[in-house]
Design a protein around this ligand. Structure first.
Ligand code: CTP
Length: 408
């Protein structure tokens, strides 16, 4: 089973909440990207800073924070797996009813990922007919229920209701993820059909420094470019991945060149492009950079209430690579557009394909919840005439496979 998945850990308000730390830690150590969604009651049992430090990500609790980025839906959509531990009787009842009165409820409803819950409560609450009926409902819907175990509870009592040990929960969660992966439609991997092809792929988003501590950046996570690199390597290609500030782990079996700014990326691409059969520009490149990079930190005492930045254009790296194309080389660009109308989006893609001069342009819509941070993508690939040659949607890996099919 591969690591580097996006896992949401829901923590609800029970005394066992402190044990959730070990669950989060186990996923982080595997290389997964872990996002904790805690109910307000959970934070009465365990501190947000602890969960943030261990998960290495902000911890979200409030339904009404991050509304502009539609966070209540975005977190669930990006999850490969959701684990709720501990799951109180109240949370279990809400899940059984499909309630969405808090961020965790919304996240779960907005997700198609496998859901694993680890109930924790007093024996009487566990044995209560309402709880048992709710658990039966959840099991029927495919929710994996781990435990509860039997043993000493919070007070002097003991019995069924103790949250299972973190290791057991993590093992069960990974088994659920594995089962979901196996049940997913077979990947269109054709090992070996790119044998020996040299493919240079840029991924991530550039950062343009302002001063020693600040930069102008974008929200590209690098997921689509990394998926392309991983899939191409699995199909036998020799892959150079020029990685700009990736938010996901780089795959194995690729030659990694780390860059940060657009200028770094341009240099690295120009060097790697020399003997490449294929060049794929999946990175989100800053179109502008600060005209001046300050040697010292910009101080408010010097700038006052407003700060006006002068930016200058960066070179168009893709257009440069396409113009310098060697015979037989294939150059693929991406287009990130926020246009919602499909016809106008296509028009923008066609204009961009013509302007860039590349062989193929992968057109995708980006927005607060689409494109960059998402696990999924929906693209149309245009050729140099602007004709649609591929329409693909699904996981970024399945989209990557379809794009690579062009190179066989
Ligand atoms: N690109 C590039 N150099 C730049 C800007 C973009 O090489 N300075 C590449 C990207 O890697 C991508 C393609 O050009 O493959 C399209 O990027 P996109 O951001 O969609 O378009 P822009 O060219 O920046 O145009 P606009 O922002 O006006 O849509």
């Amino acid at each position: 089973m591969s690591s580097g998945r996006t896992i949401v850990v829901g923590v609800t308000g029970g005394i066992a909440a402190y044990k959730a730390v070990n669950i989060v830690r186990a996923f982080v150590l595997r290389g997964d990207s872990v996002h904790v969604v805690a109910t307000p009651a959970a934070l009465r049992f365990i501190g947000k800073p602890t969960l943030e430090a261990i998960s290495r990500n902000p911890v979200h609790t409030d339904l009404y924070e991050g509304v502009a980025e539609v966070r209540h839906v975005a977190i669930g959509q990006s999850a490969d797996l959701i684990v709720v531990a501990p799951a109180t009787a109240n949370t279990i009842a809400k899940l059984a009813c499909g309630l969405a009165d808090d961020l965790l409820g919304n996240t779960i409803l907005a997700s198609t990922a496998p859901l694993v819950i680890a109930p924790a409560m007093h024996t009487e609450m566990w044995n209560n007919a309402a709880t048992q009926a709710n658990i039966a409902t959840l099991r029927e819907r495919g929710v994996v229920v781990v435990g509860p175990g039997t043993g000493r509870l919070t007070g002097a009592d003991s019995g069924a209701g103790r949250m299972e040990e973190p290791d057991t929960i993590v093992t069960a969660a990974l088994a659920a993820l594995d089962a979901a992966d196996r049940a997913a439609p077979a990947r269109r991997v054709t090992p070996g059909d790119l044998d020996g092809k040299r493919i240079v792929i840029s991924a991530g988003g550039t950062r343009e420094p302002l001063d020693p501590v600040r930069y102008l950046g974008n929200r590209s996570s690098g997921k689509q470019g990394v998926a392309l690199a991983e899939a191409a390597a699995a199909r036998g290609a020799v892959v150079v991945l020029v990685a700009a500030n990736l938010e996901v782990p780089a795959p194995e079996h690729v030659e990694l060149r780390l860059v940060s700014s657009a200028a770094d990326l341009e240099r690295a691409m120009n060097v790697a492009a020399g003997d490449a059969d294929v060049i794929i520009m999946a990175a989100a490149v800053a179109d502008y950079r600060p005209a001046e990079v300050r040697a010292d930190k910009i101080k408010k005492d010097d700038t006052g209430d407003t700060l006006v930045l002068t930016l200058v254009r960066n070179p168009d790296i893709l257009a440069g690579l396409a113009a310098a194309k060697k015979p037989g080389q294939v150059v693929i660009g991406f287009a990130a557009e926020t246009e919602t109308d499909p016809d106008r989006l296509l028009g923008l893609g066609r204009e961009k394909a013509a302007r860039k001069g590349c062989d193929y342009l992968v057109l995708n819509r980006v927005g607060w919840t689409e494109g960059f941070a998402s696990e999924r993508n929906a693209v149309r690939v245009l050729d140099s005439r602007g004709d649609i040659v591929i329409e693909a949607s699904g996981s970024k890996m399945s989209v990557a496979e379809r794009i690579l099919d062009l190179l066989r």
